[in-house]
Design a protein around this ligand. Structure first.
Ligand code: AVJ
Length: 313
């Protein structure tokens, strides 16, 4: 059985029902995420972009940390718009480094390898297509230089807190003493701002969530009636947990593939995504518990987003 089908069935047979947000990103999902990022309400991308645009030289110096050469590894590189500011700066500073983007999407890697060296003269790009930790291991076999790892965009927020702490620990174990990481984290702020970012007025976020049901219909031959589910965003300002649900509007049974049937009660939720928000203190604690030392905080002007630099202890 394919992994997508297996994970969908496991999630929908679990209590509470849930689906994995990594499956949001098919072609239509990619496009909807672009529209979310361009919406007035969704601030994280703009905030982190501002940090990379306005504090490039400081970022470059901090990541270099006095070493002459290194490999710059990016987990989940995407279109690398933010990191390209840093790449340009490092090339202009004549730093001896190569760029190793890691991404789950083959297309993304192909695109970066083709286009980035044209855009940034003198940049060497070597992409790795696959899961983060497996590919990080590959970059080590490929080159034994010091590693500087970027994990941007608050992608760490897609994990529940306990999983994020475990992720940081695993990351630390796969790094060496002089390595360094830069992690982008969305911060706790006025709950109104966060709620709006995950409930934009044009409805892109709503479509983004419902698109996964459409994808399951298409790829797994299911019969979800999209109109019978409603997007419900929530944010808890105490825990910082920002969650998106789809609510079943009636008692119904959905077929998936040939032989699987999922029963929904009226008002039963499917947990679709978590976008965890942290305080600065909480991120420092995450670093310390994982065996890192938080050495520098880069903020945007509003202090809404944090790019934290963690050394290995
Ligand atoms: C790409 C995971 C950082 O959680 O803010 C945007 C995805 N979901 N709007 C986030 C997302 C709804 C985004 N990340």
């Amino acid at each position: 059985m394919n992994k997508f089908l297996q994970e969908v069935l496991d999630g929908l047979n679990a209590q509470p029902k849930h689906l994995h947000s990594k499956y949001f990103y098919d072609e239509i999902g990619d496009r909807l995420f672009q529209q979310i990022m361009a919406s007035d309400e969704y601030y994280p991308t703009d905030c982190e972009m501002e940090i990379f645009k306005n504090q490039t030289a400081q970022l470059a110096k901090t990541l270099k940390n006095g070493f002459d050469s290194f490999d710059l590894v990016e987990l989940g590189a995407g279109d690398a718009t933010k990191s390209s500011y840093l790449l340009k700066q490092l090339v202009a500073d004549k730093v001896d480094f190569d760029y190793f983007p890691i991404d789950i999407s083959t297309n993304t890697i192909k695109h970066l390898e083709e286009n980035l060296p044209k855009e940034i003269k003198g940049l060497k790009v070597c992409g790795f297509n696959g899961e983060y930790f497996e590919m990080l291991e590959k970059t080590r076999q490929f080159s034994d230089k010091r590693k500087v790892v970027l994990f941007l965009g608050s992608n760490i927020g897609n994990m529940p807190v306990a999983d994020a702490f475990d992720f940081a620990k695993t990351l630390r174990k796969s790094l060496s003493k002089t390595d360094l990481i830069l992690v982008g984290i969305d911060l706790k702020k006025h709950p109104r701002v966060i709620r709006a970012a995950y409930n934009d007025a044009k409805g892109y976020t709503k479509k983004f969530n419902l698109n996964l049901l459409r994808r399951i219909n298409n790829e797994l031959e299911a019969d979800f009636n999209i109109e019978d589910f409603e997007h419900y965003p929530s944010y808890d300002p105490i825990t910082g947990s920002c969650k998106s649900y789809l609510i079943s509007l009636k008692k119904q049974t959905v077929r998936i593939g040939e032989a699987d049937f999922i029963d929904f009660e009226e008002n039963e939720p499917i947990l679709m995504e978590i976008s965890q928000k942290y305080s600065v203190k909480e991120t420092d604690e995450m670093a310390s518990q994982a065996g890192f030392k938080p050495v520098k905080h880069f903020f945007d002007d509003k202090n809404w987003f944090l790019d934290a630099v963690w050394e290995c202890k």
